[in-house]
Design a protein around this ligand. Structure first.
Ligand SMILES: [Zn+2]
Length: 117
């Protein structure tokens, strides 16, 4: 067996373990990069957003703002309390058949919900 090395390790491309779990890996890669998150933090973030959509009964979430505005108000979606760009958004609730409005949604959530799903 000496001299015969299985190529398993060499064949694993760095970062490839993160692919395959999302619909659009490129969008999520950009998001993760922008948010400087570890993989664990990102999983917590994904859960926060999923919980928000479920809690609110939303089928979608779309920006209504022509431009983001800076605010220290916590993001209503992910609960992020760091100051940053927020957007007004709304989403459709299929249960009540009504559009629900939100005033402070961070750009990350807008981006994530629109492109990450
Ligand atoms: Zn957010």
């Amino acid at each position: 067996m000496d001299g015969f090395a299985l190529p398993t390790d060499a064949a694993v491309c760095p970062g490839s373990e993160m692919l395959g779990t999302v619909v659009d890996p490129d969008a999520v890669e950009v998001l993760r990069y922008n948010m400087s998150m570890t993989r664990e933090e990102y999983e917590v973030y994904e859960k926060s957003v999923a919980d928000f959509l479920k809690r609110e009964g939303l089928a979608n979430l779309s920006s209504k703002s022509s431009e983001p505005f800076f605010s220290w108000h916590a993001c209503e979606c992910c609960g992020d309390t760091l100051g940053g760009n927020r957007e007004e958004a709304n989403g459709y609730n299929p249960t009540t058949k009504e559009v629900q409005d939100y005033e402070f949604i961070c750009e990350d959530c807008i981006y994530y919900v629109e492109y990450g799903n």
